[in-house]
Design a protein around this ligand. Structure first.
Ligand code: URA
Length: 279
C-alpha cells in the first residue's frame, strides 16, 4: 500500500508526464519542473492536487536520489529461497509473479511513455536464461522481450547453440522501455530487479548469460568492463553466470561476433550442448 507521500509524489510525476517532462533523474540535475516538485514536496503545507510552484534558487533535491543508490549483487539482495519451486509449478509461479507486477507504476519508467510491461519469455524450467538490458520499441509494442533486430540475432545465437528459443528463458533488467532506449537509471533497475530475481529463483536455470554491461553490472553488483568479466564463470542465484556482448552491440560491431561465440561455446560446454551439424 503506497503511503500518502508516495501517492502525492506519483500525482506530481503523472502531472509533469502530461506536460511532457519525463526525466527526473538525469545526471543529478533536476529539470526546472522537477525542481518545482521538489520545492512543493519539501513543504509540509503542500496540497494533494498538483500545484505549479515557481523554481526557487535553493532546492531540496534529496527526494530525487534513487531510493537504493548502492550497487548490490543479486546474491546479496536476498538469500536463496529455502524451498525451491517444483518444475511442474514454475509456469504457474511465473504467471502469479506477472500478475503481481500488473500494470506496474513502481518506477518512473511507467510514466515515460512505455506501452507494455515486458515480463519475460520462454521455458519456465529452462536450463539456460538470458538477461538483457530493457525492452526496445518492438518489445514495448508486443510485450515480448527480444523480438526486434537484436532479438533476431539473439534467436540466431540460441539456434547456433543447438537450442530453440522456446527452450530458454529470456528477461531483462527492467521490464519497461526506457525513453529513446537509454540505459535504465539506477532507481529504475533497483526497483525492477527484485522481480527479475524472483523470476530467476522460479526458473532456477543452471546457466545465466548476461547480455551486455548493464545486465552484468546489476546481476553481479560490479561496475567493470565487459572485457574483464568475459571468459570466466561468475555465480548468480545458484547458477553459473557468463557475460557476453549484447546483441545490439554485435549488430553495431559484427567483428565481435567471434568473441561472443567463444562465450557461448563456454556455455555450451557447461550444458553439454553441441552446435547443429557437429555430430
Ligand atoms: N534489448 C534488450 O536488452 N532487451 C530486449 O528485450 C530488447 C532489446
Amino acid at each position: 500500500m503506497a503511503s500518502d507521500r508516495e501517492q502525492q509524489l506519483r500525482a506530481y510525476v503523472e502531472y509533469f508526464r502530461d506536460l511532457g517532462v519525463h526525466e527526473f533523474y538525469r545526471n543529478g540535475e533536476p529539470p526546472a519542473a522537477a525542481a518545482a516538485v521538489a520545492v512543493a514536496v519539501a513543504s509540509d503545507a503542500v496540497a494533494v492536487a498538483p500545484v505549479v510552484v515557481a523554481a526557487a534558487p535553493v532546492v531540496d533535491t534529496t527526494f530525487l536520489e534513487p531510493p537504493i543508490a548502492k550497487l548490490v549483487s543479486f546474491d546479496d539482495l536476498a538469500a536463496l529461497p529455502s524451498s525451491r519451486v517444483a518444475v511442474a509449478d514454475r509456469g504457474a509461479a511465473l504467471r502469479a509473479l506477472q500478475e503481481e507486477i500488473g500494470d506496474c507504476t513502481r518506477c518512473p519508467l511507467a510514466y515515460a511513455g512505455r506501452r507494455k510491461v515486458v515480463f519475460g519469455d520462454g521455458d519456465a524450467a529452462a536450463r539456460l536464461m538470458f538477461v538483457g538490458e530493457g525492452p526496445g520499441a518492438d518489445e514495448d509494442e508486443s510485450g515480448v522481450p527480444f523480438v526486434g533486430k537484436a532479438g533476431q540475432l539473439l534467436n540466431n545465437m540460441i539456434n547456433a547453440m543447438g537450442l530453440k528459443r522456446e527452450q530458454v528463458y529470456i528477461a531483462n533488467v527492467v521490464k519497461c522501455r526506457p525513453p529513446a532506449n537509454r540505459v535504465p537509471e539506477p532507481v529504475e533497475a533497483n526497483t525492477c530487479d527484485p522481480f527479475l530475481l524472483r523470476q530467476m529463483d522460479i526458473v532456477q536455470p543452471e546457466v545465466v548469460v548476461a547480455l551486455g554491461a548493464t545486465a552484468a553490472m546489476y546481476l553481479l553488483g560490479v561496475k567493470q568492463s565487459l572485457a574483464s568479466l568475459r571468459g570466466q564463470w561468475h555465480r548468480c542465484r545458484g547458477a553459473k553466470l557468463a557475460v557476453t556482448y549484447h546483441p545490439a552491440f554485435l549488430l553495431r560491431d559484427p567483428r565481435q561476433k567471434g568473441e561472443a561465440w567463444k562465450d557461448l561455446q563456454m556455455v555450451m560446454a557447461e550444458l553439454g550442448l553441441k552446435a547443429p551439424g557437429k555430430g
